[in-house]
Design a protein around this ligand. Structure first.
Ligand SMILES: [Zn+2]
Ligand SMILES: [Zn+2]
Length: 311
């Protein structure tokens, strides 16, 4: 998770999960991507079956033959072979003139009258950015007077090796009554609440509708303290997506006084280098509340935990 914030008064959280990654294009597709900036659509011809594929591919998907050596420039015109609507976009397969495989792209300025067989032409981005959208899409076009020719690629641009991409998922998470009350009390009164199981008497923090051990409905809301006992910890040295603080830091499992379950938070004020030798389960800790910002009604209202004097 890279970002999450409570929406005041709604009992919900707006959050985004993001996964950045690099895409390695490969030789032929990397050349295809690079040539789009020069408004050239590059395919490759299979050495086995002579089919021309767009985008250019290193191997033929039909016969398995090598295809990365014979790069060709195809016409920026073709016909639609399939259409689908996805949200605001109209996605299409385009069979470019002379090609033997379809290119997946989108229609720009779709009128709703496009159909399979409609002739289309490329629409180019005003400012090339070095990626697939340098070819902005396709739009309906008149039929050309002469059939388009396929020409060998000469004077190719430097191919694109890697693309930085990020997959992002935006969602809204409704707390429900149990987490909702926990967060409301945290934000409004700095009060940490759990629920007691009527069968095993465990106090569950965060509160939840059923005891995970007995599977019976929980019953009574109870206050727990903002002091507790360290049960386990890890020193985090690696950076990863979604961290709220720069490594290194200590990730701690804490049982708050009055609670039976572990809460995960950060432990600060401990020397990171010697922590593996000096810090021990059983150490007493307390919450350090965030006094410098308005309450958010989340566990981030607790900045971190620190050792109690003498621990
Ligand atoms: Zn082939
Ligand atoms: Zn129970």
């Amino acid at each position: 998770m890279t970002d999450a914030h409570a929406i005041p008064g709604t009992g919900a959280l707006d959050a985004t999960i993001a996964m950045p990654y690099t895409l390695t294009a490969g030789p032929a597709a990397g050349q295809f991507l690079a040539e789009l900036a020069a408004r050239r659509i590059v395919g490759s011809r299979c050495a086995g079956c002579a089919r021309v594929m767009v985008p250019a591919q290193d191997f033929c998907g039909r016969c398995g033959g090598a295809a990365g050596e014979d790069l060709v420039v195809v016409a920026p015109t073709g016909v639609l072979t399939a259409i689908t609507h996805a949200g605001q976009d109209t996605l299409v397969f385009v069979r470019l003139d002379g090609a033997g495989a379809d290119l997946l792209h989108r229609l720009v300025g779709a009128t709703g009258e496009e159909a399979i067989g409609t002739r289309v032409e490329a629409v180019w981005a005003d400012e090339p950015a070095g990626g697939m959208l340098d070819l902005a899409g396709f739009r309906a076009a008149e039929a050309p007077e002469e059939p388009a020719a396929i020409a060998p690629l000469t004077g190719g641009a430097e191919r694109i090796v890697q693309l930085d991409e990020s997959m992002e998922l935006h969602y809204r998470h409704a707390y429900g009554p149990y987490y909702g009350r926990l967060f409301d009390e945290l934000g409004a009164r700095r009060r940490i609440m759990g629920v007691r199981c009527p069968s095993c008497q465990a106090v569950l923090v965060p509160p939840r509708p059923r005891c995970d051990v007995c599977h019976v409905k929980t019953a009574t809301w109870v206050d727990v303290q903002d002091t507790g006992t360290l049960k386990a910890f890890s020193v985090i040295h690696l950076a990863f997506v979604g961290q709220r603080r720069e490594p290194p830091y200590i990730y701690a499992e804490i049982v708050l006084d009055g609670a039976s379950t572990k809460l995960i938070h950060m432990l600060s004020g401990v020397d990171i280098d010697t922590a593996p030798q000096t810090l021990r389960p059983g150490a007493r800790v307390r919450a350090v509340w965030n006094d410098d910002a308005d309450p958010t009604g989340t566990l981030q209202d607790i900045l971190h935990f620190e050792l109690l004097p003498g621990s």
